[in-house]
Design a protein around this ligand. Structure first.
Ligand code: SAM
Length: 337
């Protein structure tokens, strides 16, 4: 297992420390709605600066950098957006991923408060009561984030004999809907907070198999599960919580599994003995420090230990085809025996 970035010399350190420059340039382009304004047309800097109401000097330096990063194409004195810029970054395109882009933009300020969070061990904002507006925007962001991964996962994880699936912390229901699409006999339930379920309902209403999705509002750490299921899908939830909270959750979920049923956990897992890699998994732990009270990222063997404590001792790792899943494409399966 190798480090993504190995910092040995001052030059290495400088390269990494100044690594904020291109991300900041990309986020400024989003702040200015540059890709939406450019849409599919070619623009000179003076025309575009006038349209955007920004300085020609600033825009010309910004666009040069975006072009050298491949987000714009330059032909003579004209710039045009790349395919990505014209589609997923452009609010005029049906492929626009707005809510997910907004989440990336918002994280800039929060990451700037990391020193404070490291000192206190607490998130940057004290969480008050769950704000439905925030939850709604976040749930859309999760949908846009997972659209492709959900298709790939559901193609590889088929449940021909399962009748029922519970998507715990399923948010927009993106994964549950893909499982329904691939398994005609299946009924699925999303268990999440009310505001998240409103988004799931909207998304499900736009697809034929969405009528086989049900909704259960509540807190999965506090409330009893909504029945018994053949498959439980738990994706991107355990990183929000501590080992103790996750162990308690596994006990709850065991009680919701039919005999022979499976709990499938999708998340980002540390995989080496010292818990240093993948480096992205450790970076994601920082996001959890900034945004959650007790969240972290964990080694897959540690999670298997919690499962054993919850009497889910028959566990194994499932590896999806390389590059097709969420994160590194590793799932943990625990069977109810
Ligand atoms: C990071 S999102 C993951 C969404 C989806 N499972 C996915 O993989 O894209 C975590 C979800 O868990 C939900 N969640 C977190 N803690 C919860 C709790 N205690 N009770 C109910 N839902 C919870 C959040 O509302 C959110 O929808």
């Amino acid at each position: 297992m190798k480090a993504n970035q190995s910092i040995r010399t001052l030059d290495d350190f400088r390269r990494i420390a100044y690594g904020f420059r291109l991300p900041r340039i990309c986020l400024t382009a989003l702040d200015l709605d540059l890709f939406t304004i450019m849409n599919t047309r070619a623009w000179t800097i003076p025309n575009l600066a006038k349209k955007m109401n920004v300085s020609e000097r600033g825009l010309s330096i910004l666009c040069r950098n975006l072009a050298s990063a491949g987000l714009l194409r330059k032909h003579g004195t004209q710039y045009r957006s790349s395919h990505l810029g014209q589609t997923m970054l452009n609010a005029q395109s049906p492929e626009y991923r707005g809510a997910y882009l907004d989440l990336m933009r918002q994280q800039w300020d929060d990451w700037s408060l990391l020193t404070q969070s490291v000192k206190s061990g607490k998130p940057v904002e004290e969480q008050g009561p769950e704000d439905p507006e925030y939850r709604r925007a976040f749930t859309w962001a999760m949908h846009y984030r997972s659209l492709e991964a959900a298709k790939h996962v559901a193609k590889q994880m088929v449940f021909p004999r399962a009748q029922s699936l519970l998507d715990v912390g399923g948010g927009p229901g993106t994964f549950a809907l893909e499982f329904l699409r691939r398994n005609a006999q299946l009924q699925a339930t999303v268990w999440d907070r009310l505001a998240a379920l409103d988004v799931a309902r909207e998304i499900a209403a736009s697809c034929r198999y969405g009528s086989r999705l049900s909704y259960h509002a509540g807190d999965f750490l506090q409330d009893p599960p909504p029945g018994k299921f053949d498959v439980i899908w738990l994706s991107n939830a355990i990183h929000i919580y501590s080992p103790q909270e996750n162990t308690a959750l596994f006990r709850t979920l065991r009680s919701a599994l039919n005999p022979g049923g499976s709990l499938l956990i999708q998340d980002t897992f540390l995989s080496d003995k010292d818990g240093l890699y993948p480096a992205d998994t450790n970076l994601f732990a920082v996001t959890m420090l900034l945004f959650t009270q007790t969240g972290n990222t964990y080694h897959s063997t540690e999670i298997q230990t919690w499962l054993k404590k919850a009497r889910l001792s028959k566990t194994k790792l499932i590896r999806l085809q390389k590059g097709t899943g969420d994160w590194e494409g590793v799932l943990i399966e625990a069977r109810h025996t």
